[in-house]
Design a protein around this ligand. Sequence first.
Ligand code: FAD
Ligand code: DLZ
Length: 513
Amino acid sequence: MTILIPILGDQLSASLAALAGSRLGDAVVLMAEVATEATYVGHHQKKLAFIFSAMRHFAAELRAAGWTVDYVSLDDPANTHGFDGEIARAASRHAATEIITVEAGEWRVLAMQQGWGALTGLPCTILPDDRFIDRRADFADWAQGRKRFVMEDYYRLLRRRTGILMDGTQPAGGVWNYDSENRKAPKKGLAYPAPPQFAPDAITEAVLALVAARFGGHFGDLLPFGHAVTRDQALACLADFIAHRLAQFGDYQDAMVAGQDHMFHSQLSPLLNAGLLLPLEVCRAAEAAWRAGTVPINAAEGFIRQILGWREYVRGIHWIAGPDYAARNHLGATRDLPGFYWTGDTDLRCLSQSIGATRRHAHAHHIQRLMVLGNFAMLTGVDPHQVHIWFLAVYDDAYEWVETPNVIGMSQFADGGLMGSKPYAAGGAYINRMSDYCSGCRYKVKQRTGPDACPFNSLYWDFLARHRDLLGRNHRLLRMYDGWDRFAPAEQDAIRTQAAGFLARLPGRAAGY
Ligand code: FAD
Ligand code: DLZ
């Protein structure tokens, strides 16, 4: 009897259910680098290097632990470059009698897994992925019968269920949510401790050469490469964050500073999403720091809310929204994604800073993604599917289960409010309040019209006016529409003419994308 255990590139956890339930001597672990996954969107070069290097290191760790691992590399001449082809080949090569796998994170790959039994003629068991804090079925139960899926309600349920940041039945510190203390504007003189970087070893060097040769035309800088690629390095990143950045994470969670690509953020999302860290251990580490008195409660709670709250919540939304979620387009947006999302060639400083960080690191922090890059795309009416493809390609933490709710739901309002009660639309004033971007920008953030006016201002009002039919009765937007109605008709015309002029000059799709 030989059990074939396929492990996907984001299932790099020693505790994976398929491993936990199998015996070393009876099983062959299959890991495969396949071109279809590397190219179904044009992933950032650093993302590819991170995933392949982490996969190769994980295979080596499994072998060291006694597992038989069949690792198919990208340059193996027999590689069929698809999951199905590699499962079929491996099943035959090892005369497998059974397949045990863990459910993929997303609909797209789950559909493939569901065909592996018929493809090979073997019994194929798909185990639930227990590396999340909640179970898929439990989220579905919570969502059942609700008109709106309020993240805060779900977050409190998980706080109670896990006991994280709880004192008995009460929230630790006396309050559930410190969000109002997590919105400080950046101030001068703050020191931003850099996250750890790891010198590439021989395995990573080989991957870097492979990615440069095969995917050198993809978006983003491959070098310098200092990503954590092993469990030990991931744990070092977690410890470094808790020791050096978590204390100020809470205060400056929503802030943006030119030239500071990481601020006080953890940079843990690629490690969590690939399985090198587990969400519960990360939350417990943050809680322990607060209980030890090394970080304030607004930092620990604010950080834990991102993982125990938002991360679990968006995963639940991905599954209940169904496989067609990425095709939603509630606002009917049709514009092509401006080419500068790929080239960075724009004179809007907030955009060039955010795209620059993305090119360099395959990473940008949350407010850059939401209030700069996503906001601009929504205000200008870009087709949400093109926005989705961009976000999925360029970030090292992007997999459909987490990217689509954040992009289609939270950032583009393309799901019509399944996730959020109103669009995250903002003019230049918000970006100016939360960043120092505007002071060095060629546009004047205080102006709505004229050749130097910040485009976000006219675009914001134009967006509201354009979508009044769909958004005008949203009670959370009534104050904004009231503001619009207070402009004199001539001012409204001038704002809309300004926006139309900007939109007419906006570049189209980048060549090759
Ligand atoms: P921190 O600010 O340190 O936050 C801690 C952790 O909380 C993160 O590592 C992450 O695991 C979790 N988290 C925080 N916010 C979210 C959220 N909204 N959804 C899920 N998890 C969250 N996150 C991804 O992991 N993959 C994506 O593809 C992704 N795409 C996004 C697209 C848009 C338009 C937006 C607005 C957000 C997106 N996010 C995505 C969420 C968030 O921006 C990133 O998780 C975060 O920037 C990662 O950096 P960090 O690890 O330093 O996060
Ligand atoms: C993202 C990715 C890439 C680029 N390449 C591979 C690969 O070659 N082999 C693999 O097993 N996984 C890869 N992945 C991760 C998968 O896309 C990921 O497992 C699915 O998106 C989860 O459903």
